[in-house]
Design a protein around this ligand. Structure first.
Ligand SMILES: C[S@@+](CC[C@H](N)C(=O)[O-])C[C@H]1O[C@@H](n2cnc3c(N)ncnc32)[C@H](O)[C@@H]1O
Ligand code: SF4
Length: 484
């Protein structure tokens, strides 16, 4: 049953804007669900997607489909060169950081599917937090007084497990070096069941402006099958209301498709709850992450991933896309669906000003499947403590935007957005690169993953569903020249 909207005077305006057009959603939610499912299944039949999927599965293994990192590749052995990394940072006059990330690696329970570096052993968190602060200070104290940042993001792990005062100290450390009003958005990630009771005080004191809460699914059996702590919609409602009362401007929820045992029926329940939460003006963005079945964390023990499982994952994903299209929300390039009241900072392929750092991450950091990022890939918080103890921090290496990097980024962001233009590369490709690009696009056209119209290349629906695969295929078009 869908609960009635909560009474909350501050939300009236958002409710007005976020309310979906009545004509598209019958008052009878059962009829509406049937219609949504019918539309999804009609598309599946009409597009012949099952045949195309089956064909893909005969040649590629979904356990190898995952995002290719969009950041420049490490030149070599980053872990062994911390001093050089810090020297790299100090050798330049930075004025802006696009994405500033602090990793809080602790979780109450490890979800089976999770691909982040997390730890359930919090016994050394009392050492980790000061080390993180130390590292932030080491790097940010180099910035000029007028430095700016695009996004400041505290993620994890589960930052909401940390004490409010500890998090505040970290925020204040950042704000000491980059004035708060020079940061575009400040987001805190939380798990609505493993958060401190008073965590909303960070919004009251103006330290955070947006929260992002992990839900993944509202089905208790699905979450149990995935080793995740269950959160019910009413709890979400309470958490959102508390944060909005405390003054946050935006709230996003994370959901996933491709969870073990999850079906389109589970997603139908999820979208009904999302619909209600959006109508109440409680949330204004939702991320729907297709679960990566990478070799690192999944499939987990005992789980079988076959065609049927993947077909259902795609059906769930499509259902979400139809749902949000009906709701009038915009679909962004990073699986982020946004209400008209929220406009997210979309990463640009071309930000390459000499004084702009693309991304700076502190903590043991980043995703285990990305082997070559600007983030330091230390798996274990304990290793990180040792590293910070030795040299004060080592999360950065400035890797220049070579022509290959710039063109790869044009492709990567284009693929995530759903289209790109072969005439618009930031740097004119060589004849050999054009030939490779032609090969890849030709191959993808044959596989019905993209269509070509002159120089414009557009992902088909199947391509959007297999976007990680398309991403990887395009990755080989602009290799770095071999260094000798
Ligand atoms: C750091 S967690 C969010 C905060 C909090 N730890 C929680 O789970 O509620 C970030 C998000 O990454 C997504 N995620 C985790 N593992 C994933 C995987 N294997 N594939 C795709 N998305 C994943 C989930 O949607 C999760 O909410
Ligand atoms: S999904 Fe969130 S709660 Fe689960 S293990 Fe990953 S970071 Fe922790």
């Amino acid at each position: 049953m869908i609960p009635q909207p909560t009474q909350h005077p501050k939300l009236d305006q958002r409710r007005g804007i976020n309310r979906p057009p009545e004509s598209r959603f019958a008052a009878d939610s059962a009829e509406w669900s049937r219609e949504l499912l019918r539309r999804t299944d009609d598309w599946i039949v009409d597009s012949g997607v099952e045949r195309l999927l089956a064909r893909e599965f005969t040649t590629t293994d979904p356990r190898n489909w995952h995002w290719v990192d969009v950041y420049p590749r490490w030149p070599a052995e980053p872990d062994s060169a911390p001093t050089r990394m810090l020297a790299d940072w100090r050798s330049r006059e930075w004025k802006r950081i696009e994405f500033l990330y602090l990793h809080l690696p602790y979780c109450a329970q490890r979800c089976h599917f999770c691909y982040y570096f997390v730890s359930t052993d919090t016994s050394r968190s009392g050492e980790y937090l000061p080390a993180l602060r130390e590292e932030v200070r080491t790097f940010l104290s180099e910035l000029p007084a007028d430095a700016t940042a695009g996004d400041l993001f505290f993620g994890g792990g589960t930052p909401s497990m940390m004490a409010v005062d500890d998090l505040r100290v970290l925020y204040d450390e950042v704000y000491e070096h980059i004035a708060q009003d020079r940061i575009g958005m400040v987001t805190l990630e939380l798990h609505p069941r493993t958060m401190r009771k008073d965590i909303h005080r960070l919004a009251e004191s103006g330290h955070v402006r947006r929260v992002s809460a992990g839900v993944q699914s509202f089905s208790r059996p699905v979450l149990e099958a995935n080793g995740r702590i269950y959160v019910d919609p009413d709890r979400i409602r309470k958490v959102c209301t508390r944060f909005l009362d405390a003054g946050v401007e935006h709230i996003g929820l994370d959901f996933m498709v491709g969870l073990h045992t999850q079906t389109a029926d589970d997603v139908l329940t999820d979208v009904r709850h999302i619909h209600a939460l959006a109508q109440e003006g409680l949330i204004d963005s939702v991320s729907v992450y297709p679960r990566s079945f990478t070799e690192v964390w999944g499939p987990f023990s005992g789980e079988v991933v076959d065609e049927a499982v993947l077909a259902e994952k795609f059906r769930c994903h499509l259902l979400y896309r139809h749902f949000f299209a009906g709701l009038g929300w915009q679909e962004g390039p990073m699986y982020l669906f946004t209400a008209p009241t929220f406009s997210a900072n979309v990463p640009s392929a071309l930000v390459d000003a000499a004084a702009t750092a693309q991304s700076l991450a502190f903590g043991n950091s980043a995703r285990s499947s990305f082997a070559d990022t600007q983030y330091l890939n230390r798996r274990d918080p304990d290793d990180y403590l040792e590293a910070v103890g030795e040299h004060g921090g080592a999360t950065f290496a400035h890797v220049p935007f070579t022509r290959a990097v710039r063109n790869r980024r044009h492709l990567h962001f284009g693929v995530k957005r759903g289209h790109f233009d072969e005439a618009d590369f930031p740097v004119e490709p060589t004849a050999a690169e054009r030939a490779r690009l032609d090969d890849v696009t030709g191959d993808l056209v044959e596989r019905e993953l993209v269509v070509r119209d002159g120089t414009r290349v557009e992902l088909t629906q199947l391509g959007m569903l297999l976007v990680e695969l398309v991403h990887q295929e395009y990755d080989r078009t602009f290799p770095e020249p071999a260094t000798t």
